[in-house]
Ligand binder design. Structure first.
Ligand SMILES: [Mg+2]
Length: 305
């Protein structure tokens, strides 16, 4: 997750970690209390995330968008299975470039805001005037109350019926594995075995993760060693391909080189509440106070003159 808009996207604690690493920062932003002890909660204090969280939680448009997306993926599954050349890993991320065509099929999914909806956690931050924090995030994960995002259960069922293994490549830390798998299982979502959880900190023999440990390249490569990857799902660009840096140029390059895969091999979930897109607007400088980050974001507005 991310501070108010970081982490989970890039992944929970990792979004933040990734952003910080990319920015060269040494410390995470501290939570910002809404009000002094004993005073009335600053319920009227503006929060940049209010509309975004409400859109996810309360809009029919969000539900329809996700249902459309996962329905579209279901419609592509049979074609993906039937085509032995179909692979959703960037070729450079495969260390078995000539030996994957006959491997059993898998799908790689991010978890937060791709499979599980953590908007309750985000809503609490808005309510309390706080920002993302590793401790409160871990507490939320331990509650095991995240729900499945709209449409995912149907996709998971369709994939499982076709013998496709679901791998969860998430930036939830390894120490959150048990709570996460329990949450998924309680929702009736497929967990083929504990090894399908590949969290932040997973060591992959023979692969050195470039950049931040929250990068997913080696974990994608690990899945690719034993499977043909039919599809990838995420809410961040880094869920699909390696980002050398969280800057506009590198982010644009992913779309330029692989944008044609979206809607076929790659499926991007909308996440307006946090993610790498936001810190990219203020040079990943989480040391800036909220007002400084807001000022940078206002400067990023495209106003046509
Ligand atoms: Mg995510």
């Amino acid at each position: 997750m991310a501070p108010q808009s970081t982490p989970r996207g890039l992944m929970p604690a990792l979004a933040l970690l990734l952003s910080l690493a990319l920015a060269g920062c040494a410390t995470a932003p501290a939570p910002v209390p809404a009000a002094a002890p004993g005073s009335a909660p600053a319920l009227e204090a503006p929060d940049d995330n209010l509309n975004a969280v409400l859109w996810v939680q309360r809009s029919q448009e969000y539900q329809a968008t996700l249902a459309s997306l996962y329905r579209g993926a279901i419609a592509q599954l049979d074609a993906a299975l039937a085509d032995p050349q179909w692979d959703a890993l960037v070729p450079s991320e495969r260390d078995n470039p000539a030996a994957w065509h006959g491997l059993p099929p898998a799908v790689i999914l991010d978890i937060d805001e791709t499979v599980l909806d953590n908007s309750i956690y985000q809503a609490r931050l808005v309510r309390d005037g706080l920002e993302y924090d590793d401790g409160t995030w871990a507490d939320w994960v331990a509650e095991r109350k995240a729900t499945a995002v709209p449409g995912f259960a149907e996709f998971a069922r369709a994939a499982s019926e076709r013998g496709v293994t679901l791998y969860y490549v998430t930036n939830r830390e390894q120490r959150l594995k048990d709570d996460t798998l329990a949450n998924l299982r309680a929702l009736g979502l497929p967990v083929a075995h504990d090894g399908v959880f590949l969290g932040n900190g997973t060591q992959v023999d023979g692969c050195e993760q470039p950049g931040s440990s929250s990068g997913k390249l080696c974990r994608r490569q690990l899945v690719g060693r034993s499977h043909r990857v039919l599809m990838q799902f995420g809410d961040q660009l880094g869920d699909f391909a390696h980002l050398p840096a969280n800057r506009a140029g590198e982010r644009d390059a992913v779309l330029r080189e692989h944008g044609g895969w979206f809607g076929q091999r790659w499926w991007m979930l909308p996440n307006p509440t946090y993610g790498g897109w936001e810190p990219a607007l203020f040079d990943n400088d989480w040391s800036l106070p909220r007002a400084g980050r807001r000022a940078a974001k206002r400067r990023a507005l495209v106003v046509g003159d």
